[in-house]
Design a protein around this ligand. Structure first.
Ligand code: SAM
Length: 508
């Protein structure tokens, strides 16, 4: 990996640095002192000396060549000190020598690189691999092994300036901004204002990530953990506020408050679809009565083990005239079931699987270790129930679809989708109608961050309290809507509905 990548070295274009500074100083903020913790070639410093109030700037940078470039910046009115320094080697609040104690702004663009990448590096370009791993509380913010070094820098600043009236404004991924917001809430760090101004990372850095300027004020007033979100850096007004409601992070607080009564625990169990990690072998296309695998080979196997199959894109486009595009081989009826019986019960399938044993046996995920040969996951009784309400994990707004058996066979879904399974059609129909209620859409769009890689997860779906929707919904209107989309209606067992929903309520 190049040194540039190792150090997360994407220098901020001067125009973006100027936009950031004019955003921050708008409204006449009187910062006199600036700390640029990873100053690179110094574009934030250049933008800062153009302001009226700044008197003193300290820039830190690990790379000598950049230190040299930053040291060339001159100003009559501003004292600029640039140090070659790994920021993880010093305590920022204690070690830096300032001329005054006037208001401090920490501004910059720390490296956008994950520690997982860093772990793969030789270390020679990143002195001592930097000391960031020793920071206390890092686990709390990251939770996982893969996190951004920018997160570690945020954490360091928050701890070292915990008692000072400091404003910190750093460009970072929006995912990092959310973790920082969660972190300050969990640790009750005295934050009194947070704003996230989105930037076009593609335009400025040629990278396809969601990013923005997170500005956070410490020790300057009443504590608040709400984050005002602006669509663009220079917008005058924010479009929404994200924050926390009963400890849960919520993407749009105002919208969420209107539907917060839906927050609860689903008494129905959401299931993720099947996982097999061998699409070319296990997923077959069906055209003109011919089955082919992902290698384009003709496949002749016992159809007892073949099921119509839906992937996320199918779920988005499915309608009443549904004809499956794909089929999936189901080697098991439940997780862990032995598969050797296939040798006698489905000899053609057994031969086919053995023909592709190399690929099946080399599946990387640890879940396949010590599992019966040709195993799959995300499979159980629910996979084979005749009626399902299905949603893709990838698309917003969420579209819940009713999927019935196809030619007498239950339809299976892939692991990018989630489903509820039913034995009775009317029940699936009702639940599908409830889930497509506008309040559910509002609930989901208010809790979900649309830039998440997989916006809809099992965790989010399990938060929808269907009883609350049912109590408020006009069932006839709702079921008419499902009827319109699926081209057929279903007779309800009204007594059954009430009984069933009471069961959800009591959690039986
Ligand atoms: C994304 S670049 C941004 C540079 C500059 N802040 C700007 O906005 O143009 C990140 C900078 O952090 C520097 N850097 C990386 N790790 C550092 C560390 N541990 N201490 C100080 N600087 C570091 C890199 O050399 C690089 O110049």
């Amino acid at each position: 990996m190049s040194k540039k990548k190792i150090l997360g070295d994407f220098q901020t274009p001067i125009q973006l640095a100027r936009n950031v500074i004019s955003r921050l100083f708008a409204g006449g903020h009187p910062w006199e002192r600036i700390l640029e913790p990873t100053c690179g070639q110094g574009n934030f410093i250049r933008a800062c000396i153009e302001t009226a109030s700044v008197r003193e700037i300290i820039g830190l940078e690990i790379q000598e060549s950049y230190v040299g470039k930053s040291r060339k910046i001159r100003s009559e009115a501003v004292k600029i000190s640039i140090y070659q320094q790994d920021i993880f080697d010093i305590n920022l609040a204690e070690s830096l020598q300032w001329n005054s104690v006037s208001p401090l702004l920490v501004v910059g663009n720390p490296p956008w690189i994950t520690n997982a990448k860093l772990g793969r590096l030789s270390g020679e370009n990143f002195p001592k691999k930097s000391n960031f791993q020793r920071l206390s509380g890092l686990d709390a913010i990251t939770g996982k092994s893969n996190f951004d070094i920018a997160e570690a820098i945020w954490l360091k600043l928050l701890h070292e300036y915990a008692n000072d009236p400091v404003t910190i404004a750093l460009l970072c991924k929006t995912s990092v901004a959310r973790k920082v917001a969660q972190y300050v809430l969990d640790r009750k760090i005295p934050v009194n204002s947070m704003s996230l101004y989105r930037i076009e990372a593609q335009r400025w850095f040629n990278v396809a990530v969601d990013a923005g300027l997170l500005k956070l004020e410490l020790n300057q007033g009443e504590i608040s953990y709400d984050v005002a979100e602006y669509d663009n850096l220079l917008d005058a007004n924010h479009t929404k506020t994200f924050g926390f409601y009963d400890g849960n992070i919520v993407a749009d607080l105002e919208s969420y408050r209107q539907v917060a009564d839906l927050e609860g625990t689903s008494q129905l169990v959401w299931r993720q679809g099947v996982k097999h990690d061998a699409a070319k072998v296990m997923e077959l296309t069906h055209r003109d009565g011919i089955l082919r695998n992902g290698y384009g080979d003709l496949v002749d196997i016992e159809t007892d083990y073949l099921y119509p199959f839906l992937k996320s894109s199918d779920v988005q486009s499915i309608n009443s005239g549904f004809v499956p595009r794909k089929y999936v081989i189901a080697t098991q009826k439940k997780v862990g079931q032995q598969t050797v019986h296939l040798r006698d019960n489905a000899p053609k399938l057994w031969r086919y699987l053995n023909l592709h044993a190399d690929q099946m046996d080399s599946r990387k995920s640890s879940i396949y270790k010590n599992a019966p040969r040709f195993s799959m996951f995300g499979i159980g009784k629910y996979s084979f129930q005749p009626y399902k309400v299905v949603v893709s994990g990838f698309y917003l707004p969420a579209r819940f679809v009713l999927v019935s058996e196809y030619q007498g066979k239950p339809v299976l879904i892939d692991d990018t989708c989630y489903s509820l399974s039913f034995d009775e059609e009317w029940m699936a129909y009702l639940i599908c109608a409830l889930l497509n209620h506008p309040k559910v859409s509002q609930f989901l769009s208010s809790v979900i961050f649309s830039d998440s890689k997989r916006p809809i997860t099992k965790g989010v779906l399990e938060r929808i309290k269907l009883n609350a929707v049912y109590e408020q919904a006009n069932i006839d209107q709702l079921t008419n809507r499902v009827t319109d989309s699926f081209g057929k209606s279903v007779n309800f067992d009204r007594i059954g509905v009430d009984k069933q929903l009471q069961l959800f309520e009591s959690g039986e």
